[in-house]
Design a protein around this ligand. Structure first.
Ligand SMILES: NC(=O)c1ccc[n+]([C@@H]2O[C@H](COP(=O)([O-])OP(=O)(O)OC[C@H]3O[C@@H](n4cnc5c(N)ncnc54)[C@H](OP(=O)(O)O)[C@@H]3O)[C@@H](O)[C@H]2O)c1
Length: 266
């Protein structure tokens, strides 16, 4: 009964199960998983011999005190409605769904509810999971969930009104930065004789090294630009062009994402 249940073995559900089990924070006898398709349930059982597999969502509710909903936003309220009749009310529901608010979740389940927004980079134990606890969540449940997500990267506690902006940075951010890396490598390859795969390799390594440099030195991005972009040099020419155009591009990008965020799950 004290085990962790995961409903939905898709990208996020499988990443969490893999992360919690490979980090050793949980053992296979402490996790029960279910998913809509037999194929996903079989994949989980094959990946983690000995793990608990439930045939139905309601079985998770009966067997687990902490239930992670790793289904898509439009499926989250439907699944919660389905499992609530089998719950005592003292369980802790953790929803990963973007755009499904605590008020809506607490309206369906009167017990403890937390929203957690992981990121794809948690696959390699990096990046930040955003955690936002509802009013009913006690200290013990809060710490248990924060401890679980700490096993797959950093955890940042946020207020619910901070979630849209924080999600853009932590959870959508890897997609945004990957697109930037792709464009930088593509433009460099198009403008030169450098092979596209070699350009992409260099751009990816440079992005990783730049992030590591900023994190380790504590310098701001502006400090780093100042070090690299010497007067009249090549970097300065590039940075000047970006600084003229990027603020508008990113303002429009973030504004469009916030609009879309408000529509997710509706
Ligand atoms: N992807 C990201 O980077 C990311 C980041 C942060 C948060 N999130 C949130 O995480 C959640 C899951 O996203 P995802 O990318 O993992 O989606 P996904 O890959 O589509 O996985 C969703 C899983 O839910 C299962 N499912 C659907 N309906 C179900 C039901 N009625 N009962 C049981 N299982 C059901 C599906 O099962 P079958 O495959 O077995 O049919 C599928 O495997 C979403 O709410 C999303 O907003 C995602």
């Amino acid at each position: 009964m004290n085990c962790i249940g995961v409903i939905g073995y898709g990208h996020m559900g499988s990443m969490l199960v893999n992360g919690f089990l490979s980090s050793g924070v949980l053992g296979v006898d402490e996790v029960v998983v279910t998913s809509r398709s037999q194929e996903s349930r079989d994949a989980c059982a094959a990946a983690w011999p000995g793990i608990g597999i439930a045939r139905a969502n309601r079985e998770i509710a009966r067997r687990c005190r902490t239930v992670i909903l790793a289904v898509r936003p439009q499926e989250t309220t439907e699944v919660l409605r389905e499992i609530v009749p089998g719950m005592d009310g003292d369980e802790h529901v953790v929803s990963l769904a973007a755009g499904v608010g605590l008020t809506e979740l607490e309206g369906l389940f009167s017990g403890s509810v937390t929203r957690a927004i992981p990121t794809i980079t948690s696959t390699i134990g990096q990046g930040t999971t955003l955690v936002c606890h509802g009013r009913q969540v006690g200290m013990h449940d809060a710490l248990r969930v924060e401890g679980l997500f700490s096993s797959i990267g950093n955890v940042m506690l946020v207020e619910e009104d901070e979630l849209p902006a924080a999600t853009i940075l932590s959870s959508c951010g890897p997609g945004l930065l990957a697109a930037v890396i792709e464009e930088l490598a593509g433009a460099t390859a198009r403008a030169s004789g450098l092979a596209p795969d070699r350009a992409l390799c260099l751009a990816t390594e440079t992005a990783a090294a730049t992030a590591a440099y900023l994190r380790e030195t504590g310098e701001t991005p502006g400090d780093l630009v100042g070090r690299v972009a010497t007067g009249g040099g090549v970097t300065e020419a590039g940075v000047k062009g970006l600084r003229e155009r990027l603020p508008q591009v990113f303002d429009e990008t973030v504004a469009a994402m916030l609009v879309r965020y408000g529509a997710v799950g509706k």
